[in-house]
Design a protein. Structure first.
Length: 464
C-alpha cells in the first residue's frame, strides 16, 4: 500500500512539474517571434492571426493562421499536440536567419504567424489544467509568463527598434531549441498526467463561450475592412481630408472591433466580461509607457532585459501569493501615479528620458510596468479556472479588446497634427495610459469586493 501511494504521489509530482516546465519552455517560440517581428509592445497575437492581406496566389495560405487559432480554441484538451504544432509553425521565424533562402518563400512567413498564438493558447490550456489540478502556484506562474515573455522579448528587441545592429542569432536559436524541447516534454509527460488520479478531465466549451470565442477571433477582419473611402463616405468628408489624417481610419476600425469585442464578452457572461476587460485595460494602458521605458534603456541592452526579467519575476511571485489582489491593485495605482508625475516632471515631454539617457529611471519604470501587467493578469486568471474558461477569456476575448482598444487609442495619440509622424506619438498622452491603469485597478478591487460580499452572504445563510 505504501509503495502504491508513494508511486501515485511521485507520478502526480512528475505530471505537475512536466506540465509546468513544458509550458514555460514552449514560450521560447513566442519570445523569438515577438523579438524578431514585433513592431509594438504587447501585440494581441491571437487577434492578429486574421489575414493582413489577400495575395491572389496565396489566398488559401493566408487563412492558415486564422484557421489554426480557431481550431486551437476548441482543441485545448489536446494542448500538448497544440504546443507541438505551434512550435513547428514558429520555426521559420528563427530559421530564416540561419537559412536566408527561406525568405524567398512568402508562404512560410505567413504560416509562421499561426505559431505564437497557437503556442499561447496551448500554454493557457496547460495553466488551466494545473489550476484545476490544485497546483495553484504553478498554474498562476504559467499564466504570468504567458504575457511576461512578450514583455521580456520587447526588452531584447528594444535596441534593434532604434536601428542598432540586430544580432542575437545565438539566443534566438537557443530559445527555439528550448521551445522544441518543451513541446517534446509536453508529449512525453502525457503518461504521467494520465496516471494522476487527480488530474482534471477536459471540459468542452459551452455554447455561449464557443460563440463568443469565434466572434472574437473573426472580429479583427471587420476593422481591417475600414479604409479611407468608406470613412469618407460615412462621415461625408473629402477623401483628401481623411487621407491627411490616417490615424482616423485606424481609430474607427479599432472602435468597431472594440464594440464588437464588448458584445462578444457580454455573450460569454459577466465574469468573463470583467476579466477580459481588466486584462485588456492594463495591457492597452501599459503600451505607451512601456514603449517609453524600453526606448530609455535601449542603449543598455543588459540593463533592459534585466529590468524586464526582474519585473516579470516579481509579478509572477506576488501573483502566486494570497495577496495577489492587493499587489495588483497597488501596482496599477502606483504605476498610474508614476506616469502622472513623469508627465508633470518632464513638462509634458516624457521623451526627455530618452534624450537625457536617463537609463536608471527608465529601467525602474520598465520593471514596475512589467510587474504590474503580469500581476494584474495573473489575478484575473486565478478566478477563471473554476469555470474552465482561462483559454477563451485570456485568449481570444482579451486579445480582441486589446486590438480594438489599441486602435481606438490612436485617436488620442497625436500631439500636433502638423508635426511629423513619430513612433513615440503615444507617449505624449500618458494621462490616458494612467487612466486605463486606474480602471484596471478599480475593476480588480470591485470584483474582489463583490466576491467577498457573496462569500460572506453564503456563510451567513449557512449559519442561519
Amino acid at each position: 500500500m505504501s509503495w502504491g501511494a508513494e508511486n501515485t504521489k511521485s507520478g502526480a509530482g512528475r505530471a505537475v512539474v512536466g506540465t509546468t516546465l513544458s509550458a514555460v519552455l514552449g514560450l521560447g517560440a513566442v519570445v523569438v517571434f515577438t523579438a524578431v517581428r514585433g513592431t509594438s509592445l504587447l501585440r494581441p497575437l491571437i487577434a492578429l492571426a486574421v489575414p493582413q492581406s489577400w495575395p491572389s496566389d496565396l489566398v488559401a495560405v493566408s487563412l492558415v493562421p486564422l484557421v489554426a487559432v480557431l481550431a486551437a480554441v476548441f482543441l485545448t484538451r489536446w494542448w500538448p499536440w497544440l504546443l507541438v504544432a505551434g512550435v513547428v509553425l514558429s520555426l521559420p521565424t528563427a530559421l530564416v536567419h540561419l537559412f536566408p533562402d527561406l525568405g524567398a518563400y512568402p508562404s512560410l512567413s505567413i504560416i509562421a504567424l499561426a505559431g505564437p498564438p497557437v503556442v499561447l493558447l496551448a500554454v493557457l490550456a496547460a495553466a488551466q489544467d494545473l489550476l484545476r489540478r490544485g497546483a495553484r502556484a504553478a498554474g498562476l506562474v504559467v499564466i504570468g509568463l504567458a504575457v511576461g515573455t512578450q514583455l521580456f522579448a520587447a526588452s531584447l528587441a528594444g535596441a534593434s527598434w532604434l536601428m542598432l545592429t540586430p544580432g542575437g542569432l545565438v539566443w534566438r536559436l537557443v530559445l527555439t531549441a528550448l521551445s522544441v524541447a518543451g513541446a517534446v516534454l509536453a508529449v512525453v509527460t502525457r503518461g504521467a498526467r494520465a496516471q494522476d488520479p487527480d488530474w482534471p478531465e477536459p471540459r468542452p466549451l459551452s455554447a455561449r463561450f464557443a460563440v463568443a470565442a469565434i466572434l472574437a477571433v473573426l472580429l479583427p477582419m471587420a476593422g481591417q475592412a475600414v479604409d479611407v473611402l468608406k470613412v469618407s463616405e460615412v462621415l461625408e468628408l473629402p477623401v483628401e481630408s481623411i487621407g491627411r489624417h490616417p490615424e482616423v481610419v485606424v481609430a474607427i476600425g479599432g472602435l468597431i472591433v472594440l464594440v464588437g469585442g464588448v458584445v462578444a464578452c457580454a455573450i460569454a457572461g459577466s465574469r468573463a466580461f470583467f476579466a477580459a476587460a481588466t486584462s485588456a485595460s492594463v495591457q492597452v494602458g501599459a503600451m505607451a509607457p512601456l514603449l517609453l521605458a524600453v526606448y530609455s534603456v535601449a542603449f543598455q541592452p543588459v540593463l533592459s532585459w534585466l529590468a524586464a526579467a526582474v519585473g516579470v519575476a516579481a509579478g509572477c511571485l506576488v501573483g502566486a501569493t494570497r495577496w495577489r489582489v492587493q499587489f495588483a491593485v497597488g501596482g496599477a495605482v502606483v504605476s498610474a501615479l508614476v506616469l502622472f508625475i513623469l508627465d508633470l516632471g518632464t513638462g509634458g515631454v516624457p521623451e526627455k528620458l530618452i534624450d537625457h539617457e536617463a537609463v536608471i529611471p527608465g529601467a525602474l519604470l520598465l520593471a514596475l510596468l512589467c510587474a504590474t501587467v503580469v500581476a494584474v493578469i495573473v489575478t484575473t486568471g486565478s478566478r477563471l479556472a473554476e469555470d474552465g474558461v482561462v483559454v477563451p477569456v485570456l485568449g481570444p476575448l482579451a486579445s480582441v479588446l486589446v486590438f480594438g482598444g489599441a486602435g481606438a487609442m490612436t485617436a488620442v495619440g497625436t500631439r500636433d497634427q502638423n508635426a511629423p509622424s513619430s513612433q513615440l506619438e503615444a507617449v505624449h498622452h500618458l494621462e490616458y495610459s494612467a487612466g486605463l491603469l486606474l480602471l484596471a485597478a478599480a475593476l480588480i478591487a470591485g470584483i474582489a469586493a463583490v466576491e467577498h460580499l457573496r462569500a460572506r452572504s453564503k456563510q451567513e445563510a449557512v449559519s442561519a
